[in-house]
Design a protein around this ligand. Structure first.
Ligand code: SAH
Ligand code: SF4
Length: 439
């Protein structure tokens, strides 16, 4: 019997059995027949929820073509549409305005018609936490839901450093995959974000940081010190698996990278994947951004356990897709992420195997100290072990930065995200308190 929800769907279930009443096609289409499976046993949570468009949808995140369609719907003659699209584009993505009223070069009638039919709403900030290191985490509530249902929420994290400000953006509410070390994977409620909700996270962050022309950052905010923009880089490393929501992520990132709008260059945008092989090539071809791959293990038996998607797309297949990543050069390397788990994947022989495995691929290796979360079954590798591991990688000619955990005090670090939609259990709350006391 197949049931939605927490239960995992048994392997061998047919397509018809799997597509249960609540599941959406997006993820199902990726996971169904026709793709090779090496180790048996890969299963995932079904995405249960759908996006329901509100009566007055937001224009945030729309492409030029979609803005033109919106204008056509309002009866703007085709001869005027391009010019109007240019105006809207500028107000939305260069100025970051939140009302139609301020669009002074748009006629009054058109502003009223826009107001009547659309909004410029971004996801709503329901909580903001600021870490001692300046990292900010926002809990964002998404609109467009059935009002009697639980709201859908995601987290978005801002990490300021000297010379850059990185925004860690979510692609799904929760995640259908179940990597053993990741908090997001334990969240039950899952739905794909729309392109608007993905762009909306960047807009919200810039709103909160006063990162629009003529605005100023909030008093005391830690931002890059060069006087430029506060959000300079985007990493799709928040909640969810971006390549399981490919079209929305692609459409959103193309809006974000457009150099007449938000204008964050594709070299400063990174999509991180746990290894959805069929969409790796598409990421290079259709988006053209930087790729990060969550490798975490050098042997299939271990990776099958840590990143269960490996049972479907094992290491050899994943690395083959990486070797063929469109646009890959020494100047545009793939980042391989490797979370350091005590006694699991942190030995020197793992480090040596890692450099052998990646030989010939223009790569950077990013060692991530495991970030604990309440109920996690792993521990972070010891600092000396991480350093020794890093030395092996460095001596093999790779830059091997160890990612400094940021915002741990507000559970904003990699893999700690889990939206408040999923209330913490009593056990989780107690564990969290204990963790906070020991940090
Ligand atoms: N789903 C995508 C992107 C989101 S996760 C992916 O898996 O790549 C972003 C990164 O955080 C991934 O490299 C992931 O493996 C890592 N991560 C997850 N949980 C973590 C944890 N508890 N500590 C450290 N890194 C973690
Ligand atoms: Fe999903 Fe990435 Fe977390 Fe794995 S590490 S559960 S793919 S968000």
């Amino acid at each position: 019997m197949v049931r939605c929800g927490l239960e995992r769907i048994p392997v061998g279930t047919t397509r018809e059995e799997r597509v249960c009443a609540h599941s959406t096609r997006d993820i199902m289409s990726i996971n169904l027949e026709g793709e090779p499976t090496v180790a048996p046993g890969f299963s995932e949570k079904a995405p249960l929820e759908r996006y329901v468009e509100p009566a007055r949808p937001s224009l945030v995140g729309r492409s030029r073509g979609q803005l033109a369609a919106a204008l056509a719907e309002l009866g703007v003659p085709s001869a005027h549409r391009n010019m109007r699209v240019q105006q809207l584009w500028h107000w939305l993505y260069v100025r970051g305005v939140t009302t139609f009223e301020v669009m002074t070069n748009v006629s009054k009638e058109l502003r009223a018609a826009l107001e009547n039919r659309f909004t410029l709403t971004r996801p709503e900030v329901v909580a903001e936490q600021i870490s001692v290191d300046g990292t900010r985490k926002w809990l964002l509530r998404l609109s467009g839901e059935n009002p009697d249902k639980r709201p859908h929420e995601v987290e978005c994290v801002y990490i300021p450093e000297t010379g850059r400000g990185t925004l860690c953006v979510s692609s799904q509410v929760g995640c259908t995959l179940n990597c053993t070390f990741c908090h997001t994977g334990t969240q039950r409620l899952v739905r794909n974000l729309t392109a608007g909700e993905i762009v909306g996270q960047i807009m919200v962050a810039r709103d909160r940081l006063g990162d629009w022309p003529g605005e100023r950052p909030p008093e005391g905010a830690i931002i890059p010190t060069d006087g430029g923009r506060s959000v300079t880089n985007i990493v799709m490393m928040g909640m969810g698996e971006p390549l399981y929501n490919f079209e929305a992520v692609r459409d959103a990132l193309l809006v974000v990278a457009d150099n007449e709008g938000i204008a964050i260059s594709k070299r400063k945008i990174t999509v991180s994947t746990s290894g959805v092989v069929p969409n790796i090539k598409r990421t290079g071809e259709e988006i053209g951004v930087m790729l990060a791959v969550s490798l975490h293990a050098v042997r299939n038996d271990l990776r099958n356990e840590l990143v269960p998607l490996n049972r479907k797309y094992p290491i050899e297949m994943l690395l083959e897709a990486c070797r063929n990543y469109p646009g890959l050069t020494n100047a545009k390397r793939i980042t391989f992420e490797y979370v350091m788990l005590k006694g699991i994947n942190d030995s020197l022989s793992d480090a040596k195997a890692l450099v052998r495995l990646l030989a010939g691929i223009p790569a950077k290796i990013n060692l991530i100290p495991f970030n604990p979360w309440p109920g996690a079954r792993h521990e972070c590798a010891d600092w000396e072990t991480i350093e020794r591991f890093s030395e092996v990688v460095f001596n093999a000619g790779y830059s091997a930065p160890v990612r400094t955990p940021r915002g741990r005090d507000i559970l904003a670090a990699c893999g700690q995200l889990k939206s408040a939609t999923e209330k913490l259990s009593v056990r989780e709350r107690m564990a969290l308190r204990a963790m906070a006391m020991t940090e």
